[in-house]
Design a protein around this ligand. Structure first.
Ligand code: CMC
Length: 430
């Protein structure tokens, strides 16, 4: 590296001068766009551990400090002082709204909470025991078959309508997937309720009884949504961007993001974590599971621990832990065995040399499952709730990408390790 403006790369008889790009915060970025054209080489970075794939002004993470900023605002301040819909506005438009702007945005979202009635039939085509994430991937993808007036990605107005539709309808779709899976009738959205309150209502109301949303649970749900709203270029967001880079419609792109989120290394970890806590069952079995997590041949990892970027602590986990204490207190769940196992597992892991040396700390998914279970959600609904919350992040990132004049189709290169050219042999001669 030569100076602060360029990096010098020498290989063979070539020397290339590569520009260094300056972010507003965070590490400098070596611009290698001309590397192949001028140097005839590719870079190799499986898992993208050192590669910036885009410019973005939405979310910033400092993994060493354990800091997460949405448009510059610390997540702790937003989680304590804002609401999910206000955070949605912030992520989508870049600034906190005025009272009038928030009012207008809330009205626009509310007007789109129902899904096309014909979509109800679509749900009924799934098996009742389908995982709600499977249903969501299908139904969100199918939105492009229902909302033809928001598919033109070159029209800013259509992009805006698609964004509002997805923020508004994802809670309805997730709640419908849940209701369908338990054999209960779909509950229509109630627009007088808050975003989080309406979601709880659609999940837990039944036609034969009134359902009253408890303010503390509504607030906890809203916080869960804010904490998961965006997380810069994570796997599902990168999936949305890559899908969108080909010009695919926004509903197809978000369906791709939901499919990626489902994996246990990503959003599926909240379900996997709670299932793991249940499997451990009692505090005395923790050492057995810690030993298994350290044994590379076991293929087992402590779910809810570790993060690609956070190497100090996950700031979302800190807020989530406070929320878990509040919700469990409110619901009078003091001796929950799962909570005891979780607390003890956290204590032991944080003192263990393996976890300390690899900087493996509890992540957001470690605590979210405990709260959601206490609220009455089955584990299969944990990842759908993550998907609802992350929808605004995916759309904000997608909109940012489509609006970027330098945007091109995403097309990674490879280090080819397969056979070199060879001639086809007849079947009889093989
Ligand atoms: N339990 C035991 N060992 C672990 C764990 C874990 N949870 N996570 C990482 N390690 C070890 C891993 O075996 C490796 O060891 P070594 O260097 O000896 O080969 C080292 O730590 C680094 O792991 P890695 O897989 O190279 O790290 P990564 O950055 O590729 O993966 C991760 C990050 C989150 C996928 C991983 O930590 C993991 O699988 N955690 C469990 C799943 C989980 O909780 N995921 C939710 C992430 S937060 C929510 C979200 O963003 O979706």
């Amino acid at each position: 590296m030569a100076d602060t403006k360029t990096a010098t790369l020498t290989f063979g008889d070539k020397t290339l001068s590569l520009p260094i790009l300056k972010p507003t915060i965070g590490p400098d970025v070596v611009d290698i766009r001309k590397l192949y054209a001028e140097g005839d080489v590719f870079t190799y970075d499986p898992g993208f551990t050192s590669t910036a794939a885009c410019d973005s002004a939405i979310t910033y993470i400092d993994g060493d400090l354990g800091e997460l900023l949405y448009r510059g605002y610390p997540i702790e301040q937003l989680a304590n002082q804002s609401t999910h819909l206000e955070v949605c506005y912030l992520l989508l438009y870049g600034e906190l709204p005025t009272a009038d702007q928030l009012d207008d945005f809330t009205t626009r979202v509310r007007r789109h909470t129902m899904v096309h009635e014909q979509m109800h039939n679509f749900f009924r085509g799934f098996r009742r025991d389908s995982h709600p994430m499977a249903t969501m991937v299908g139904v969100v993808g199918a939105m492009s078959a229902f909302y033809h007036d928001s598919l033109d990605i070159n029209d800013p107005w259509q992009r805006e309508v698609a964004a509002i539709r997805m923020v508004a309808k994802l809670p309805t779709i997730a709640a419908m997937a849940y209701k369908y899976s338990i054999g209960q009738p779909f509950v229509y959205p109630k627009n007088a309720l808050s975003y989080a309150g309406n979601f709880l209502h659609m999940c837990f109301a039944v036609p034969c009884e009134d359902y009253v949303v408890q303010p503390a649970l509504e607030r906890a749900m809203d916080r869960i949504m804010m904490l998961h709203a965006d997380h810069e270029q994570n796997a599902s967001t990168s999936t949305v961007r890559l899908a969108g880079s080909s010009g695919a419609n926004p509903f197809a792109c978000i369906a791709a993001g939901i499919a990626c989120l489902w994996g246990p290394a990503h959003g599926g970890a909240n379900q996997a974590c709670l299932e793991m806590l249940k499997e451990i069952g009692t505090v005395d079995r923790i050492p057995e599971f810690i030993a298994k997590a350290k044994d590379k041949t076991s293929g087992f990892r402590l779910m809810g621990f570790g993060h690609r970027v956070y190497k100090n602590f996950d700031p979302r986990a800190k807020v989530m832990k406070e929320s878990a204490d509040e919700v469990l207190d409110l619901l009078g769940v003091h001796n929950n065995p799962l909570l005891q196992v979780a607390k003890e597992l956290e204590r032991i892991a944080l003192e263990d040399e393996y976890f300390i040396s690899k900087k493996l700390y509890p992540n957001v998914d470690f605590y979210s499952g405990i709260i959601l279970e206490a609220m009455g959600f089955p584990t299969a609904m944990f990842t759908p709730i993550f998907a609802i919350s992350r929808t605004v992040g995916w759309i904000s990132q997608w909109k940012e990408m489509i609006g970027d004049p330098t945007q091109r189709i995403g097309r990674p290169r490879q280090l080819y390790v397969g056979p070199t050219r060879r001639d086809y042999t007849d079947l009889a001669k093989r």
